[in-house]
Ligand binder design. Structure first.
Ligand code: SF4
Ligand code: SF4
Length: 342
């Protein structure tokens, strides 16, 4: 892999934004979120994990799948302009990699994904609630998840690693200084140091083991689920959650008192924590009790059953569920309780 040293990110941001829409995480009074950056000067790269991951760039919160005009069905595959996600952290990149597998055959997801260039950034300090180091998702960006990787060497310099051919092509025309072995070693040292800075989260590994040995009985999950208010905060923010629902809608073209002239099918983010998510038309419900739904969520994140399909667990260790759940049943709380009570 080619590696370079940059003395400023501005030049790289300006170069990439000439041929693509550039999105970057920005800090605003303690919150961090993705924002379109149209022109220089570009903001400094945030060290903070944004509350919302990058998943909505590819899997839209709501979108029309097709339109029926009374005679023909018309697909509505999106046609986005090329774009770059500049500075995606390793856990969120691993989540995109996971979603790439889940949505491999989905033309709506793939239409957006194929227009994206992913510029990852290594984390050099653990984030609050993060445990990417335990689930093979960080703190260093994994090579198979990004086109380009950035690593902060010191206050002024960045290591730029070219991973893919689209990444190499995106740099064409940019004057770059090859990196020395010293810079590459520094990256390795910084990542090792970062791994040592994580708190002891070994209860998560213990919890995963107990969960896979089926040592958490139904009564445990029912007790836990008393605290779930089905707000869907966890499934909305989790970067690997991909449950969706669809709905047929009539489109009124002229006036509300006239019959609809079109119908469309809309897809929207759903949540497996909602009571209605799995209810079937016959009214049979495979997860009628809230405890069954909460259990199902956590099995989808940590069951060994999904390893053959995805090659990893469905959790990338971002910690967002812990941060957002008003019922205190995010990953740290759940795993501590499995270890202690199950
Ligand atoms: S389960 Fe929680 S920690 Fe794991 S990826 Fe989802 S939001 Fe992040
Ligand atoms: S965030 Fe907590 S309360 Fe809300 S749906 Fe998820 S588990 Fe339930």
């Amino acid at each position: 892999m080619q590696q370079y040293v940059l003395h400023s990110l501005q030049q790289l941001q300006a170069h990439l934004s000439q041929s693509r829409q550039l999105y970057q995480v920005v800090d605003n009074h303690g919150d961090a979120y993705w924002q379109h950056q149209a022109q220089p000067p570009f903001p400094v790269l945030s060290q903070q994990r944004p509350l919302s991951s990058a998943k909505s760039f590819f899997f839209a919160e709501q979108e029309t799948l097709y339109v029926f005009d009374g005679q023909f069905f018309r697909e509505t595959i999106p046609k986005p302009e090329p774009f770059v996600l500049f500075g995606v952290q390793s856990c969120d990149l691993m989540a995109i990699h996971y979603q790439d597998i889940f949505f491999e055959q989905d033309p709506y997801y793939q239409a957006r994904r194929q227009q994206a260039l992913l510029v990852g950034v290594d984390c050099v300090h653990p984030c609050q609630n993060g445990f990417c180091n335990l689930v093979d998702a960080g703190p260093g960006v994994r090579d198979n998840t990004a086109d380009l990787i950035l690593h902060p060497l010191d206050d002024d310099r960045w290591l730029l690693i070219v991973v893919t051919e689209p990444g190499r092509a995106a740099l064409q025309g940019l004057a770059l200084t090859p990196a020395t072995g010293h810079a590459q070693n520094l990256r390795s040292d910084n990542l090792t140091q970062c791994e040592h800075e994580f708190d002891d989260h070994s209860y998560i590994l213990e919890g995963i083991e107990k969960l896979n040995r089926d040592q958490a009985p139904d009564a445990f999950w029912q007790q836990l689920a008393i605290q779930c208010i089905a707000c869907s905060g966890c499934t909305t923010l989790c970067p690997t959650c991909s449950c969706y629902g669809t709905q047929n809608q009539a489109v009124l073209q002229d006036a509300p008192d006239k019959p609809p002239s079109q119908a469309r099918q809309v897809r929207f983010w759903d949540s497996c924590l909602y009571e209605g998510f799995q209810r079937e038309a016959s009214l049979h419900h495979p997860a009628e009790q809230a405890g069954e739904r909460v259990k199902r969520f956590w099995y989808h994140k940590f069951s060994d059953d999904f390893l053959p399909e995805f090659g990893r667990y469905g959790c990338v260790g971002c910690g967002r569920c812990e941060q957002t759940c008003p019922g205190v049943i995010g990953v740290h709380s759940v795993m501590k309780r499995i270890v202690k009570d199950a």
